[in-house]
Design a protein around this ligand. Structure first.
Ligand SMILES: Nc1nc2c(ncn2[C@@H]2O[C@H](COP(=O)(O)OP(=O)(O)OP(=O)(O)O)[C@@H](O)[C@H]2O)c(=O)[nH]1
Ligand SMILES: [Mg+2]
Length: 468
């Protein structure tokens, strides 16, 4: 008997330890709800992937105060948003009263898209466009404060060369805007020499990105990262296990505008290896951005892989509901296309409400001062602190898109309807007098990807006014 007593005490101690350290925190989380979302991400199992519906049901927005008032909230039903501290909500209103099954809506939108794109857009009419100067005046031309920017690897020299050749022909040989090439490795002499063959008279800068702007942050839990990457890989998320791809997405999401060599510039035009420009651009696009004070320009608008951004929207709502962060939201933001759930509802279900529609960022013309601003930057810092550029595979395109939609007025976002463009496997080919080598209205080189287009959602629900 005497022997059993200490054993019982040990058992009691063990029970207490288990209760205090394991059971109690779970109970707190259960009753409190605030950390529920974090818990979901952490306890996510491979089985969860099998049912997108199951995943959706697990999203618990109870950490947002006031969400229980959702149905009776007239402000939400009228505006599609409520913006008060600790009670930030958004709702898709379907003001255009679109009806039909997702398949029918895809079809309707595809038809509207074809019709729209088959009309010559001309050029934007909301500014006086600046034509190229004559070659003898090029040296004294008044440029906007802008650079053409490309993050690229040494081994991609031929592929970026193709892009530059086309870009020079269609736009930059007429203006000579400077290029900035960025790389996490030092550029080789071979790379530099080859690039200078393509860039004609434009100034060129080669930048080696400092490791603190590129490397994975030290707080990332590598065990967890490995586990999550494995799950994403099993679900066919492109580049899921590629560490450098995650670095690239994080860099383009929230670091590129901090590169010291880019501080002198306000505007950037991002280009990538192996892209095509189908139309001749005969006005100064940067001066257009400047004159209209636009913050972001795009050509293609499409869905993302929902599993790669499964908690990007909930985490964003969480940020907006902290402290007085709601002050960053622009009342005239483009919230509706972010939430549109008629054309591809399975996306919204898997992401806690986000349609996954985004501006395709391999082509983008933007104002770095917007990204450097307090709103975007604090939000990015919050996103970064969740570690989900690594535990998920948040892309820079959805991050930029949500950022400009929330923090900039919708009339500061511009669809470059007159610039034809290709990055495998999607294209934008408008009917213009200079369009070459593309089929007008075609959206993808693969027929089955035509349903990935969500441009009409942006146009129908958030485009401010016609500028063409
Ligand atoms: N220097 C450097 N550049 C990179 C790295 N990873 C990606 N990039 C560049 O970042 C841009 C985006 O990467 P991509 O591999 O094209 O990604 P993506 O467009 O999503 O995928 P693709 O369909 O393969 O083109 C490109 O300009 C790449 O050259 C990297 O590790 N180092
Ligand atoms: Mg690419």
């Amino acid at each position: 008997m005497k022997l059993i007593v200490p054993r019982k005490r040990k058992l009691l101690n063990l029970f207490l330890i288990v209760f205090i350290f394991l059971v109690l925190p779970s109970l707190i989380v259960l009753f409190n709800g605030h950390h529920h979302l974090v818990k979901i991400a952490e306890t996510y199992t491979p089985e969860d992937w099998n049912s997108i519906k199951g995943l959706t049901d697990k999203f618990d927005f109870s950490y947002l105060p006031g969400l229980s008032d959702l149905k009776s909230n007239t402000e939400l039903d009228t505006n599609g948003f409520v913006l008060s501290p600790g009670n930030v909500q958004f709702k898709f209103l379907n003001k255009g009263n679109k009806k039909g099954t997702p398949e029918e809506i895809v079809k309707q939108n595809a038809e509207s898209y074809k019709e729209l794109v088959s009309k010559d857009p001309g050029a934007p009419k909301d500014a006086v466009l600046i034509p190229p100067p004559s070659p003898e005046n090029l040296a004294t031309y008044k440029h906007a404060n802008a650079t053409i920017m490309a993050l690229v690897r040494n081994e991609e020299v031929a592929k970026i060369g193709q892009s530059i050749r086309r870009f020079q022909k269609q736009f930059n040989s007429k203006f000579n805007y400077p290029y900035t090439f960025l790389n996490d490795q030092p550029f080789t002499d071979r790379f530099k020499k080859k690039i200078l063959r393509y860039t004609d008279d434009a100034p060129v800068e080669f930048v080696h990105i400092k490791s603190e702007l590129w490397d994975k942050p030290s707080f990332i839990d590598e065990e967890k990262e490995k586990k999550e990457m494995e799950i994403m890989f099993k679900h066919d998320i492109a580049y899921a296990k590629k560490q450098s791809y995650h670095n690239m997405c994080r860099f383009y999401s929230g670091q590129f505008y901090n590169v010291p060599e880019l501080q002198k510039y306000k505007y950037y035009w991002r280009i990538e290896p192996q892209v095509k420009f189908y139309t001749s651009i005969d006005y100064d696009v940067f001066r257009y951005m400047e004159d209209t004070q636009k913050v972001y320009g795009f050509t293609i608008n499409l869905y993302d892989i929902e599993e790669s951004v499964k908690t990007l929207w909930p985490e964003t709502l969480k940020f907006l509901n902290q402290n007085d962060n709601v002050k960053y939201v622009n009342q005239n933001g483009s919230f509706q296309w972010l939430l549109e759930d008629l054309q591809n509802p399975k996306k919204n279900k898997a992401t806690g409400g986000y349609s996954t529609c985004h501006f395709w960022s391999n082509f983008e013309i933007g104002d770095m001062d917007f990204f450097r601003g307090e709103a975007y930057n604090n939000w990015f810092k919050y996103l970064d602190s969740t570690g989900k550029f690594y535990y998920e595979r948040w892309g820079d395109a959805p991050v930029h898109s949500i950022g400009v939609s929330l923090f900039a007025a919708k009339d500061k976002i511009h669809w470059f309807r007159d610039i034809g463009y290709f990055h495998d496997p999607y294209l934008y080919c408008p009917q213009t007098p200079t369009s070459r080598e593309c089929e007008v209205g075609k959206f993808s080189i693969w027929e089955h990807l035509n349903d990935q287009n969500c441009l009409m959602n942006w146009l129908d629900h958030d485009q401010p006014k016609q500028v063409y």
